[in-house]
Ligand binder design. Sequence first.
Ligand SMILES: Cc1cc2nc3c(=O)[nH]c(=O)nc-3n(C[C@H](O)[C@H](O)[C@H](O)COP(=O)(O)O)c2cc1C
Length: 257
Amino acid sequence: MKRRDFIKSVVTLASLAPIASNKAIAGLSEENNNSERKNKMKVIVLNGSPRTNFNTAQLLKQAQKGAESVGAEVEYYDLVKINYKGCMSCFACKLKGSKTNGLCAIRDDLRPILEKVLQADAVIIGTPVYFSYATGMFRNLIERMLFAPLRYMKDEKTCLKRKIPVGLIYTMNCPENLAQQIGYDKTLGSDENAFKRVFGHCEVLNSYDTYQFTDYSKYDCDMFDEAHKKQVHETQFPKDLEKAFDLGKRLAVLKLD
Ligand SMILES: Cc1cc2nc3c(=O)[nH]c(=O)nc-3n(C[C@H](O)[C@H](O)[C@H](O)COP(=O)(O)O)c2cc1C
């Protein structure tokens, strides 16, 4: 389908077809209010790394365990297994009278997950750093997750009726001091600021100097000292795993106004 036709179909869906799904959307809006939500905490964990069991995933799985340790029900998704694109700039979410209520109008495999995010008590998203930013998968996700509820109004930053705590976990090859020199606080900080603006709360956990391969001898990479990498992996990474557990535990029960 050509992009123009795609946008036309999405805008049509969002402005006319929502009649068919108004009930679901109204339900979502009510769910978004504290009074209507059920007792069991729900946490959504999203892995933005293409590797489903490496650094980022291991930290996210600890965050999941942390949330479960305080009784939360956790749903974990590897974004690499989900078929979706980023924002298509259809602006269905910004139409006057739009009934999208913070949910992106594009109907694809990401939509049910975005729906769950809007009903969750907390969301934890992890990504490796690729060329100083989060992965493309992560960016495509947040374009959809953040732009739909973001309001273009002077006095209203978000259409969400309550704050949803978000945890962001970044893993990177860079050691901490180099990350600061290069300015990762700025490149990665823009995600944190966007989540604070739209979801109302965001905490970040950085895991530096990660172990990129299980066997360095197989790769052309004499820039890195394997012994040092191994040492960080054995001494610092376990501490990061504990921090990830604590993040999940804390965010699952965090009460924001
Ligand atoms: C395409 C690509 C680009 C990367 N760019 C950076 C970078 O700019 N800065 C950095 O510190 N690490 C970079 N890395 C390393 C990863 O961020 C790091 O190994 C991360 O922990 C991998 O996460 P994973 O184990 O979950 O796959 C890059 C890795 C890849 C594959």
